[in-house]
Ligand binder design. Structure first.
Ligand code: CO
Length: 302
């Protein structure tokens, strides 16, 4: 399956300006000390997928009223394409630079990745390199970890997805979620832990990924073992971008939707990114504050 993202012009969408102005309820207090926030996502090609980024931006602005919030994309391909179109798409270094320019000293960088894979590793490295090249600019740079880091996170995500976002599913209707996954590293293990928590919350929820060891055939085998003949397909990704629209719900014969239909299932596709679910953004808002990982100081030992 293809794994390329094009991208998104969300920074230029006029509606976005509204979010820049609305800084949240007056007098509200930030949940933790910060005077600059950098939100870091992979990025996306699909303009409609921008709804998830806008919702996340809005949640953070409401929680941190009046505090500058910058965005950066980890995908160099997306940034290059955006730049070629004359659109704004900051790298991590550029995002940090913008916060420095705003005079921020205590920075919170929040990963908007679903799992700590390759992209998160690159994010951590990019922040470290930038802070080492620019000593003394920031007092602290805290790195908030991705969405699914603990059992608590997986339980909260299960609740947000199954009991909120998909609460009105018909009896006996399965929910099959497409994660991204990756070929190597621990992503497969995180996926298994998440899958186990999700199945405990709702035995008719199934999970597989575009990359990694749990693929469509595993999903189909799981569905065949269940009584479900109706399936809702949705992405377990922050935005419903290229993978969700093509590999998951596309009309091509090799999309998950087409293959399930060919196997006799009654299939519906919901193109909602996780970032559009408020209870998912609550997990990111918890992670932005619960990290003690200050990248410009020696690790604290208990
Ligand atoms: Co991909």
């Amino acid at each position: 399956m293809s794994c390329h993202f094009k991208f998104l012009n969300f920074l230029l969408i006029p509606a976005f300006a509204v979010f820049l102005i609305s800084a949240g309820p007056a007098g509200a207090k930030a949940p933790c000390e910060a005077d600059g926030i950098l939100l870091v996502a992979f990025g996306t090609s699909v303009p409609e997928a921008g709804a998830a980024f806008k919702a996340i931006d809005s949640s953070f602005k409401a929680a941190f009223p009046g505090i500058p919030i910058e965005w950066a994309f980890t995908s160099q391909i997306i940034r290059k394409k955006l730049a070629a179109r004359g659109e704004k798409a900051a790298s991590i270094g550029q995002g940090l630079q913008a916060l420095a320019k705003a005079g921020a000293k205590i920075i919170r960088v929040q990963s908007l990745h679903v799992m700590a894979g390759e992209e998160f590793g690159e994010l951590a490295r990019a922040v470290l390199i930038w802070t080492q090249k620019h000593p003394g600019v920031f007092k602290s740079v805290y790195l908030g970890r991705p969405l699914l880091e603990s059992r608590e996170d997986a339980k909260a995500a299960a609740k947000a997805i199954m009991s909120k976002s998909f609460a009105d599913r018909a009896d006996g209707e399965a929910l099959a979620l497409m994660a991204h996954g990756q070929e190597h590293g621990r992503a497969g293990l995180v996926l298994e832990g998440t899958r186990s928590e999700f199945a405990e919350h709702d035995p008719l929820t199934f999970l597989a990924s575009v990359e990694g060891d749990r693929d469509f055939d595993d999903l189909l085998a799981d569905l065949e073992k269940s009584p479900a003949r109706k399936v809702i397909l949705a992405p377990l990704m922050v935005v419903a971008g290229d993978h969700a629209r093509n590999d998951l719900g596309g009309d091509d014969a090799d999309s998950w939707a087409s293959r399930l239909k060919a196997a006799g299932y009654d299939v519906s596709v919901v193109l909602t990114g996780l970032g559009e679910i408020p209870e998912i953004n609550d997990i990111f808002l918890r992670h932005v504050c619960d990290t003690r990982d200050d990248l410009i100081k020696e690790p604290k030992k208990p």
